[in-house]
Design a protein around this ligand. Structure first.
Ligand SMILES: *Cc1c(COP(=O)(O)O)cnc(C)c1O
Length: 472
């Protein structure tokens, strides 16, 4: 027997000879270094997040940000009284974002950090629902949108609001201003343009949509507000397309959500919801928590949340400022543009978004053209053998016949990595050409990486069940 367990070779101890607990709650202890090694080693199978070109989320953070995350590990953001300076940093961030997005009253308006855009979207939607009801709205509320991220389908179901998704038509891949009026009525609580679509990376035309709603108001008297889902565009356009008007410069825009953990450059778990003016967030949604002997307003779905994401967001804002964010985001667009050129040169692809900063985020999306012996799922699968995760997925209704591929270019993805990816694409295409798949992969077989969750109960079936319940 060894003198002490400390001197044993870790991989010769029983946890490593017997396997990790997987089902029943384990009965006995193991040493922390053994538990660490077991978990660490299992996670190797997750692959390298920086080669995950399907995700919008932060995969590279500075050492100083990591340190602040570590130092904040034990701080609960809801304890405003115990951690008043974390609360102060959050308040500063919301004022800075209200300023960045041109609120008419950046120091007086309301906003909050969230766990991500999903929570922020729910809060924006709830505020719109409450404002509509306060205006005398009755019946089943609805909202109008294009091909949205799944959080809006969740909002609709969880909070009993009808989602009116304008179907895609031909080459119109974004919500078109001309299509909106036909879907709006007295129960429309908001229109939700996506500023940086999940599917293509394209910006929807918020100013055009706002003008269409102005015209609708003139004709019918309906005054329908806009909530902008700027999950990824909200931290790009202010720096790289400052003249593009999509934010609170449009009076109809009453609230905006953005993911701090996407183009905001914060670690995972950071989002923001900001209202145009304080009055746009109904008081009924606000709760007060103790703060330095007084009260501080909170409006969140969670109670306890980690404080580090807000702390590191503040770090990023003061570390980079407008100049730094402009440099970081411009670099991403440059690499994305370079990648787009490379993809175009292969031949069989038609670019949908080539990372033009005026048209969308730093992403490249494309479809296959002509008769090919392979599909984009086959290509995605080939690239995976080299560690690259590149999303391939069908477009939303009514263009599900079309498959597209998308690469997100994020902070930390360099020109050199783009070269490596292009070389691997070249190899993969040559291989697919030489050995055409006898039967092409389906979306399910290739994994897909669509970043859209599929509902357990389809929208059509959900509607049927709701109608049935309502009739009873
Ligand atoms: C990612 C995304 C969301 C969801 O945001 P999370 O921060 O992941 O909760 C919502 N809308 C759009 C357009 C997105 O890209």
């Amino acid at each position: 027997m060894p003198e002490s367990p400390d001197s044993e070779d870790l991989f010769a101890t029983s946890p490593f000879r017997d396997g990790a607990p997987k089902t029943e709650f384990p009965s006995s202890e193991i040493l922390p270094q053994a538990a660490y090694q077991l978990v660490h080693d299992e996670l190797m199978l997750d692959g390298v997040s920086r080669m995950n070109l399907a995700t919008f989320c932060t995969t590279w953070v500075e050492d100083q940000a990591r340190r602040l995350m570590d130092e904040s590990l034990d701080k609960n953001i809801v304890d405003k009284d115990e951690y008043p300076q974390t609360a102060e940093l959050e308040a500063r961030c919301t004022r800075m974002l209200a300023d960045l997005w041109h609120s008419p009253d950046p120091t007086g308006t309301r906003g909050t950090s969230t766990t991500g855009s999903s929570e922020a979207a729910m809060l924006g939607g709830l505020a719109a629902k409450f404002r509509w009801r306060a205006r005398g709205g009755r019946g089943i509320p609805n909202f109008v949108c294009g091909p949205v991220q799944v959080c809006w389908e969740k909002f609709a179901r969880y909070f009993d609001v009808e989602i009116r998704q304008v179907p895609l038509r031909g080459d119109r891949l974004t919500l078109h201003p001309d299509d909106i009026a036909a879907h709006c009525d007295a129960n429309t609580i908001m229109v939700v343009p996506t500023f940086g679509q999940t599917f293509t990376g394209l910006f929807e035309d918020v100013a055009g949509i706002s003008r269409a709603l102005d015209a609708l108001q003139e004709r019918t008297g309906l005054d329908i507000p806009i909530h902008v889902d700027a999950a990824s565009g909200g931290f790009m356009a202010p720096f790289t397309a400052p003249d593009l008007v999509w934010d609170f410069r449009l009076p109809r825009v009453k609230s905006i959500n953005a993911s701090g953990h996407k183009t905001g450059l914060a670690p995972l778990g950071a989002g923001w919801a900001i209202w145009r003016e304080a009055a746009d967030l109904p008081d009924e949604l606000v709760f007060n928590v103790d703060y330095l002997g007084g009260n501080m307003a909170t409006f969140n779905l969670n109670f306890s949340r980690p404080g580090g994401q807000v702390v590191t967001s503040y770090y990023n804002f003061i570390r980079l400022g407008r100049d730094g964010y402009t440099r970081v985001q411009s670099a991403a667009y440059e690499v994305a543009g370079y990648l787009a050129d490379g993809v175009r040169k292969f031949g069989p692809f038609e670019l949908i978004h080539d990372a033009d900063p005026l048209r969308g985020i730093a992403a490249v999306s494309w479809r296959l053209t002509g008769e090919q012996t392979f599909n984009l799922y086959d290509l995605s699968d080939r690239l995976r053998t080299r560690g690259w995760l590149v999303a391939a997925y069908p477009l939303p209704a009514d263009r599900q016949d079309e498959t597209i591929m998308r690469v997100l270019v994020r902070h930390g993805f360099s020109h050199d990595m783009a070269d490596l990816l292009l070389a691997d694409m070249d190899r993969a295409l040559a291989q697919l050409d030489k050995h055409p798949p006898s039967s092409s992969l389906t979306r399910e077989e290739s994994g897909g990486f669509t970043h859209s969750a599929t509902a357990e109960v389809s929208t059509a079936e959900f509607r049927r069940r709701r109608a049935e319940q309502a009739a009873q």
